[in-house]
Design a protein around this ligand. Structure first.
Ligand SMILES: *Cc1c(COP(=O)(O)O)cnc(C)c1O
Ligand code: SF4
Length: 335
C-alpha cells in the first residue's frame, strides 16, 4: 500500500460534485444508457424519493441485462406505491429513539447523528426513505442541540455520522462538526456510515483524507456494498487511501431478493469486499419499509444462506445476519 497521499486540490472537490450533478435522474435515461430502452419501467416513483444514480455506478452494470443486480437496487418499480400489510414508513422505530432533532440514541454507548438527508444514490429498499429529513438533521442551529445532548450523557463513547450519507456534506462542514465533538472528553471513537466510497469513489478527496487523518479518535468507516460487482479499480483505490489515512473499514450489506440472495453472490461479495479492504460486518435482513416488498427474503432462506457461507468461507468473511427490531437493545442476530 504505497500510494503517495495526493496533495489537497480543489479540483478533486469540484469533480465529485460535478459527478453528482450528472447522475441519472430518470429511469428512461438510465435504461437508454444500458441498452434497455424497451424495458417497461416504474416511471411513477414517488417524487419524494426519485431515481438517482451516478454514472460511475451505472458503468459497473451489464448492458442489456434487465436483471443486473446493481440496476435492481436503483430502478423504481410500480409496486413501490402499493400499501402492503406489515410494510411500514418507519420499520425500525427511528422516531421513537429520537433524542433531539437529528439525533438517534437507541443503543448503549452509541449516538447516531442524521447529518443530512442527501445520498448519492437512491436505493429502492432504503429503510429511511420516508424519514422526515427536512426537519430531522443536524445542520445549522440543530447541530448545537445534538452536541449538547451528547455532551450531557457520559455513557456515549461513540458518535456515528449517518444520514442520508454524511459524506454528501462539504468537507468543511464535517470538520466543523468533529471540531465541536472534539470538545467532549467522553467520546472515544468516531464512526461514519456511508455508501459514497462505493457509489462515488471520487468523493475520497485529498481534503477528506486530511480531515480523517487529523481526527483525535480512531475512525471506523462502515461502507455499504451489496454485490461483488460494485467493486472496481476506483473503489479499490479509494478504500486503499482511506486505510492509509488510518481508517478501519467494514462493510454492511442488505440481503436483497434478486440482488444477492444466493450463496455464490454472497460469498463473492464477502471476498471482494475483503480484498478491497473492508471486512464484512452486518448482513441486514430487509427492514420492511413501505415500497420494498419485492426485495424480501424470508428468514429461513436467509439463515440457510449464512449457514452455507459458514461452510465455505473463513470465519472473518462471514457477516452477522441481523434484523433490527423496534425497541430492542441491539440488532438481533438471526443465526
Ligand atoms: C445500527 C445502529 C447503530 C449501530 O449499531 P451497531 O450494532 O453498533 O453497529 C447505532 N444507532 C442506531 C440508531 C442504529 O440504527
Ligand atoms: S445510500 Fe443508504 S441511506 Fe442513502 S438511499 Fe441508499 S441505503 Fe438509504
Amino acid at each position: 500500500m504505497n500510494l503517495p497521499l495526493p496533495k489537497p486540490t480543489s479540483v478533486a472537490e469540484t469533480h465529485w460534485r460535478h459527478q453528482l450533478r450528472e447522475a441519472y435522474s430518470t429511469a428512461q435515461d438510465l435504461l437508454v444508457a444500458l441498452d434497455l430502452a424497451d424495458l417497461p419501467t416504474g416511471n411513477k416513483c414517488s417524487p419524494a424519493f426519485p431515481i438517482r444514480v451516478p454514472k460511475s455506478f451505472v458503468a459497473r452494470m451489464e448492458k442489456g441485462n434487465p436483471r443486473d443486480p446493481l440496476l435492481r437496487q436503483v430502478l423504481p418499480n410500480p409496486d413501490e406505491s402499493l400499501v402492503v400489510d406489515g410494510y411500514l414508513q418507519d420499520p425500525v422505530g427511528d422516531m421513537a429513539s429520537k433524542r433531539g432533532r437529528g439525533l438517534l440514541h437507541k443503543y448503549h454507548g452509541r449516538a447516531l447523528l442524521i447529518t443530512t438527508g442527501a445520498c448519492a444514490v437512491h436505493c429502492r429498499y432504503c429503510f429511511r426513505q420516508h424519514f422526515p429529513y427536512a426537519t430531522e438533521h443536524t445542520a445549522g442551529l440543530q447541530q448545537r442541540e445534538a452536541i449538547d445532548y451528547i455532551a450531557h450523557d457520559q455513557s456515549i463513547q461513540e458518535v456515528i455520522l449517518s444520514g442520508g450519507d454524511p459524506l454528501m456534506l462539504p468537507t468543511q462542514r464535517l470538520k466543523e462538526l468533529t471540531h465541536a465533538l472534539a470538545q467532549i472528553a467522553h467520546i472515544k471513537r468516531l464512526r461514519i456510515h456511508t455508501r459514497l466510497p462505493i457509489v462515488l469513489p471520487g468523493r475520497i478527496t485529498p481534503n477528506l483524507l486530511a480531515w480523517l487523518e487529523g481526527l483525535p479518535w480512531p475512525a471506523v468507516m462502515v461502507v455499504h456494498a451489496n454485490h461483488g460487482n460494485e467493486f472496481d479499480a476506483n473503489v479499490d483505490r479509494a478504500l486503499k487511501l482511506l486505510q492509509r489515512a488510518g481508517v478501519r473499514l467494514l462493510n454492511q450489506a442488505v440481503l436483497l431478493a434478486g440482488v444477492n440472495d444466493s450463496v455464490d453472490a454472497l460469498s463473492d461479495l464477502m471476498e471482494r469486499s475483503f480484498a478491497s479492504g473492508a471486512t464484512p460486518y452486518y448482513l441486514h435482513r430487509l427492514d420492511k419499509v413501505q415500497g420494498a416488498q419485492r426485495f424480501i427474503v424470508d428468514d429461513l432462506t436467509a439463515i440457510d444462506l449464512v449457514d452455507q457461507l459458514r461452510r465455505r468461507l473463513s470465519g472473518y468473511l462471514v457477516p452477522r445476519l441481523v434484523s433490527e427490531q423496534a425497541g430492542a437493545p441491539y440488532k438481533i442476530p438471526l443465526i
